[in-house]
Design a protein around this ligand. Sequence first.
Ligand code: DGL
Length: 264
Amino acid sequence: MALAKKPIGVFDSGIGGRTVFREIRNLLPSEDLYYLGDTARVPYGTKSPEVIRRYAEINVRFLVGQGAKVVVVACNTASATALDHVRAVFPDVPIIGVVEPVVGYLSTRPEAENIGLIGTPTTIGSGVYQSALESLGRTIRAKACPLFVPFVEEGIVSHPLVDQVIDYYLAEFREVAIDTLVLGCTHYPLLRPALEAYFRNKVHIVDSAAPTAGALRDLLVRFGLSSDPSGKGEERFFVTDAAESFRRIGGRFLGRPLSAVEHI
Ligand code: DGL
């Protein structure tokens, strides 16, 4: 099969990467998309970089085995800790993460001067976003928000409890009047309405999805890997555990019900 006809592989630790998947689907309707949620090993955000590198390698190997022409690491934690590793292990496969596209997007927004960054403990601990944004001359404050992921997974995204947790973590960002908030975790876009309300719509909120989908489109063009634009892309969903809950919860991330989910 010609390389351009092959699918794009996308993986996340679980369901969060579906916020990125959704944007890729909107931007690239003719591409076949294979999504792998590593639901047996989620969460990544509290694990060490060494362990995440091992998991990421397994995930890329699976997607490449399914014929993926490119791979998107749709997880901030894996992008921050394992991108160089998987690129080194699979030198023939173009692989993009979510951190570089977000930093690239912010580089085009000089008005983003006073940036707040939120993510999992491992993403924040890696310092990858911070050093990239500081090298652009921006002021950056970073905060790990480990309670956000379980709230989102429970579907609790609009509730006084959520507002309390947001205040617990982010009061300091409000005090220093950040102008931009980077959602450095693929779960957090579901908290966007609550975060916008908390910052009284005065803060520009940036998440991984649109910059990553745009970077993927550019990459396909650069490598001559775009599929025939007249076709309609197919989708396959794979999980490493509990396909039923992935189907149920994952629909929220995708904004529509899911059909088949394959347990591998
Ligand atoms: N998807 C992960 C991320 O973007 C968050 C969930 C997890 O901890 O695995 O960092």
